[in-house]
Design a protein around this ligand. Structure first.
Ligand code: 5RP
Length: 227
């Protein structure tokens, strides 16, 4: 599996060109993309500016000597490469397994070419076997969790070292065990309209390309052009 993640990440780095502003994703697959971009900066003199999606990726990029800007300093990102937890055939996906979904969506939104790098196990018929991460403000989060419980979403707080995990943006994550999401677009709208929810891990129709590494080789799936 690690080898497939590396193939996907390194393949995506071929899309990075001189002069680009590049969103640097988070997770064990995006890690290999960032490593390869760092290698190209160092060995090939690649000239880019990175925008990171988590404190982890910031640290990695700084160690690799990739020049960085804050998302507040730019208006448009040429290319972002990130991982995903599940992807369906309509190019909807779940992200946030690494608890970075809010920063990831903020970086993905002004991106012209948004690419996911996955191994083939992430491609699914229906989303939802992977729990949908929902980033919520701390204030009122216990109450919100009960609301999710009553709605039948089987919520649980993401934990770390016996405590509720606190994201880079100082929020909590509630994971929803939806099992099978027949209509992820409609469910995203429900979450978007829920007070206390900062952002959720449903990234529907945002991605332009999915680079899928499998035992038979690498496939680049192109999403239909957006209007
Ligand atoms: C982090 C993410 C990751 O990109 C996603 O969880 C995939 O990670 P990995 O490549 O390690 O499986 O969304 O918040």
């Amino acid at each position: 599996m690690e080898a497939l993640k590396k193939i996907a990440g390194v393949t995506a780095a071929q899309y990075v060109k001189d002069g680009m502003t590049v969103g640097l994703g988070t997770g064990s697959t995006a890690y290999y993309f960032v490593e390869e971009v760092g290698r190209r900066v160092k060995e090939e003199g690649l000239q880019i500016v990175g925008v990171t999606t988590s404190s982890r990726t910031t640290k990695q990029a700084q160690e690799l000597g990739i020049p960085l800007k804050s998302v507040d300093e730019i208006d448009v990102i040429d290319l972002t490469v990130d991982g995903a937890d599940e992807v369906d055939k309509d190019f909807n996906g779940i992200k946030g397994g690494g608890a970075a979904l809010l920063m990831e969506k903020i970086v993905a939104t002004p991106t012209k070419d948004y690419i996911w790098v996955v191994d083939e196990s992430k491609m699914v018929e229906n989303l939802g076997a992977f729990k949908v991460p929902v980033e919520v403000v701390q204030y009122g989060s216990e109450r919100l969790c009960r609301v999710f419980e009553k709605a039948g979403y089987c919520p649980s707080f993401r934990m770390k070292d016996g405590q509720k995990l606190v994201t880079d943006m100082q929020n909590y994550i509630i994971d929803l065990d939806m099992k099978c999401l027949k209509n992820p677009v409609a469910f995203a709208e429900i979450l978007d309209a829920t007070v206390g929810v900062v952002e959720h891990g449903l990234f529907n129709g945002m991605v332009n390309k999915v680079i899928v590494a499998g035992k038979e080789g690498v496939q680049v799936l192109e999403a239909p052009a957006k209007n």
